[in-house]
Design a protein. Structure first.
Length: 554
């Protein structure tokens, strides 16, 4: 096995060893989002890992909201998160939990820690707490309240709960080691006073447990075997284990395993930045197809299976890195490739008049929806008429070396039709090309003057085609590794609307949510929104060309 494969499997290795040594009877994981934003593709990686591993080992995965912070949470987020996890294809059955469900138990555990001398109430104000904490190079200093008797701390803790003190006046902290090289172990806070109502527990609590304290206990209460989290919690693991150990939590205790979070090039996943993009109207909302949120990817047209495929392919690593957007694009293409019909659309139409084709004459050309296996999806007919549209970009007045498509004096092959030879270019007053004149023949005249065989281009009858609006999405940021300076880094062309686009007639019956490959252009989905009378299609992903080439060809 190569090193890479080993890395990909390091979580499985842990699980295998634990099962082998009978540390656990079966695998129990959880997905623990904080309900303070929409899920993004990074979260999808965690969802796929947690639910995926549980499924793989015949275990279970809980859905748990980490709702310890009463002020930041919102019902809208809870609903969207549940919806997104379901959409991704995962099922927590009846195991939907909230950390706030455990507040009573957490409180009892805190009293237990106080009584056994493992925790104390501290009266230091926040600035002193910071000062006493020390730094990576400087040891911390013991709080003057550290040696308070358990009885006194217990009394104060109960009075904190009863609301006798103000926020910041007192807090409960673990009694570990102010000289620890790990700052998380320097008597970390366990509970703080927060006089805020909670969306689930209402006014019941005036003190709230801290994340680190809550997380390990929630895992333990639920019988989680493997608590999979991102790398920034590696330094918190000693505290995770400490709490359970000092509470004498029965074995087997959950094992925390960290993996590198997903960073995707040309986008950002910080919730704060995403919120800023939405709030400042840089995008149209949480589901704007340019965002990396799952709601956005769904509205863009990505399938849940393509996201699962992407997460599986990128694997898990122990070191932070950036993943190229091409990985996601490729997973989307690979997923859609065998599922969708191939049809023709012209996004930026240029009219071609076929001079040797009689006015009014129409010919129906049979065309398979899935050319690689024509019988798989059947046939439709495309209509050939005297006036057709081709893609403006498939014509060059002065073609350079590597341009092989239509140009004056050159020939191109119409997909499913014959060969057109361009012999005249009509321009308007501004010099813009507005029409080509061509002749059509069944057979090619042979090689073009550049020595190449005529290229195949897509096209549509001018008369027998449908007007449509097509939205082309590009990267949201110009830089592969954006830092979040929106003014300089946002791509001004991240959305281009083709409002003059044309579609073949077979698309008249397309339903919102239906996906197609527009030949040579990419994969597209019809959306439910309309542009006046016109249907709108989103481009989900371009074809193999990659972003750069598509951008050039727009
Ligand atoms: P916050 O900064 O608000 O904590 P978060 O992105 O960590 O944001 P959570 O709601 O705490 O959000 O995340 C839920 C789970 O998803 C956590 O287990 C977290 O580790 C994981 N997760 C979050 N972002 C990523 C990412 N980019 N890649 C992989 N996993 C992630
Ligand atoms: Mg978090």
């Amino acid at each position: 096995m190569s090193n890479d494969e080993k890395l990909k499997n390091f979580i499985r290795n842990f699980i295998d060893i634990d099962l082998e040594q009978k540390r656990y009877g079966f695998v129990m994981t959880r997905f623990p989002p904080e309900p303070n934003g929409y899920l993004h593709i990074g979260h999808a990686k965690s969802v796929c890992l947690n639910f995926g591993l549980a499924a793989e080992y015949g275990g279970r995965c809980n859905m748990r909201f980490d709702d310890t912070n009463p002020v930041k949470e919102d019902l809208e987020y809870v609903e969207s998160i549940l919806n997104d996890v379901k959409w991704l294809g995962f099922d927590w059955q009846d195991r939907l939990y909230y950390a706030s469900d455990y507040f009573d138990q957490l409180y009892e555990c805190a009293e237990k820690l106080i009584l056994s001398g493992q925790a104390y109430v501290c009266d230091l104000p926040p600035d002193k707490v910071r000062e006493y904490r020390g730094t990576l190079t400087k040891k911390g200093i013991d709080s003057p309240y550290r040696e308070r008797s358990p009885q006194e701390s217990l009394d104060l803790f109960r009075r904190m709960r009863a609301g006798e003190f103000e926020e910041g006046e007192k807090f409960l902290r673990a009694k570990i080691d102010m000289a620890s090289p790990n700052l998380n172990m320097r008597d970390p806070a366990l509970y703080r006073i927060k006089k805020a109502a909670h969306h689930r527990t209402g006014d019941k609590w005036l003190i709230y447990p801290m994340y680190d304290y809550t997380h390990c206990l929630s895992d333990a209460i639920e019988g989680v075997s493997h608590s999979i989290c991102t790398l920034e919690f590696e330094d918190h693991r000693p505290l995770y284990d400490w709490v359970l150990e000092k509470l004498d939590w029965p074995e087997p205790r959950p094992r925390q395993i960290e993996f590198a979070r997903l960073n995707l090039e040309y986008t950002l996943m910080s919730k704060r930045k995403l919120l800023e993009l939405v709030k400042e109207n840089h995008v149209r909302g949480w589901d704007d197809p340019r965002l990396p949120t799952l709601a956005a990817l769904r509205s863009r047209g990505l399938t849940p299976s393509s996201i699962r495929l992407f997460c599986e392919r990128i694997g898990v690593a122990k070191k932070d890195s950036w993943i190229e957007m091409d990985w996601l694009d490729k997973a989307v293409r690979d997923d859609l490739n065998s599922q969708v019909k191939r049809v023709m659309a012209v996004l930026d139409p240029l009219k071609v008049v076929i001079e040797n084709w009689p006015e009014g004459q129409e010919k129906a050309l049979p065309a398979p929806f899935f050319p690689d296996e024509p019988e798989k999806m059947g046939y439709r007919e495309v209509s050939l008429t005297r006036e057709i549209f081709i893609e403006r970009d498939d014509f060059r007045l002065e073609p350079d070396q590597d341009f092989f498509r239509l140009a004056p004096g050159r020939e191109a092959r119409l997909r499913w039709g014959g060969f057109i030879h361009c012999h005249e270019v009509v321009t308007d007053e501004s010099g813009q090309i507005c029409e080509l004149r061509a002749t059509l023949s069944e057979r090619s005249r042979g090689l073009n003057p550049n020595g190449k065989r005529p290229a195949i281009i897509h096209w549509l009858s001018a008369k027998n085609s449908l007007p449509a609006t097509v939205r082309l999405y590009d990267r949201l940021f110009l830089k592969p590794k954006p830092t979040g300076h929106l003014e300089e880094e946002l791509n001004p062309d991240s959305l281009i609307e083709r409002r003059q686009a044309r579609l073949e007639l077979s698309l008249a019956e397309a339903q919102p949510g239906q996906r197609f490959q527009f030949e040579r252009l990419g994969y597209f989905m019809k959306i439910s929104e309309k542009d006046g009378q016109k249907p709108i299609f989103n481009r989900i992903v371009s074809l193999k060309d990659g972003w750069a080439k598509m951008a050039k060809n727009r």
